[in-house]
Design a protein around this ligand. Structure first.
Ligand SMILES: C[S@@+](CC[C@H](N)C(=O)[O-])C[C@H]1O[C@@H](n2cnc3c(N)ncnc32)[C@H](O)[C@@H]1O
Length: 269
């Protein structure tokens, strides 16, 4: 019953905003664990993508880190000003800011507690985290070279407002690279929103199978992390949220009911 009510309410922009704010404020405040730095479902690279060395350490979330790495490789970040919208607990920002050498990297998130946690956990000279909304980005026009967005825009009240804001803050020739999931029969909506934006289309890839493989490869470590960080009565609910094997998200991805896509666009010169 509660699930049905939440499903119905999610059609309202105000509820989506409230839901995202409350969920991610609460998670960062209640579970400020340093070993949980990523909140995306992860990515296994394609054979044509150059493998990266990630230490075999269960405290490093290898697959979610790879989601960032291979998205960021879609453009050359060397010496660029990067904005990430929806940076969460900041693990992806830290990896990209250290490994791919942008001049500066701002991670922005709606949840102040997530921003505070990220600033506490990650200390890289070219990196800082700020609070702000995707629908009203607190940066000047034409001020960044690249906008990254990882598994976040499904939660926004208005994706159109977000895309307009990305276009506003990007410099001419700037790149917008994003990954996110949708119900398979709704992915066309996001595609159309991007195509209508006035940004130049570069590419779209269906990375659903890469995500399913990551969920399955990370499962044992993820379940152990949930056991460690959450009291028993919350473990099943959080397993659903985190998309463990057998969860609704994993099942829907495996059956093709949900899909996960990667997009790259550019602001015209
Ligand atoms: C699934 S988490 C992904 C976090 C991070 N990108 C990662 O992969 O680890 C979604 C994030 O989007 C943020 N978010 C949701 N709505 C937002 C908004 N309107 N503006 C900025 N961030 C938002 C949430 O607070 C949350 O941290």
């Amino acid at each position: 019953m509660i699930k049905l009510i939440i499903y119905a309410l999610k059609r309202f922009a105000w509820f989506k905003r409230l839901n995202a704010k409350v969920t991610y404020e609460l998670l960062a405040k209640r579970v400020p664990a340093a070993e949980w730095q990523f909140m995306n479902y992860g990515y296994v690279p394609n054979p044509n993508e150059k493998p990266i060395e990630v230490p075999e350490d269960p405290s490093i979330q290898k697959y979610p880190l790879q989601m960032y790495h291979y998205l960021a490789l879609k453009t050359d970040l060397g010496g660029k000003k990067v904005l990430e919208v929806g940076s969460g607990r900041g693990g992806g920002a830290k990896h990209v800011a250290s490994a791919l050498k942008p001049a500066s990297y701002i991670g922005m998130d709606l949840a102040q507690n997530a921003v505070d946690l990220a600033n506490k956990l990650h200390h890289v000279p070219n990196l800082k985290f700020i609070q702000g909304s995707a629908e009203e980005i607190p940066l000047p026009d034409n001020s960044v070279d690249v906008v990254l967005n990882v598994e976040s825009c499904h939660a926004y009240g208005s994706v159109e407002k977000f895309i307009n804001e990305v276009k506003r803050v990007l410099k001419p020739n700037g790149t917008f690279a994003l990954v996110d999931f949708r119900d398979a029969d709704k992915m066309y909506v996001l595609r159309q929103q991007l195509k209508n934006s006035g940004l130049t289309w570069i590419e779209e890839e269906d990375i659903s199978s890469n995500v399913v493989r990551a969920i399955e490869a990370e499962d044992e470590v993820k379940k152990a992390r949930i056991k460690k960080l959450f009291p028993p009565k919350w473990q099943k609910l959080f397993g659903e949220f985190a998309g463990v094997v057998g969860s609704t998200f994993h099942t829907k991805m495996k059956n093709g009911v949900k899909v996960y896509h990667r997009f790259v666009l550019k602001k015209p010169a």
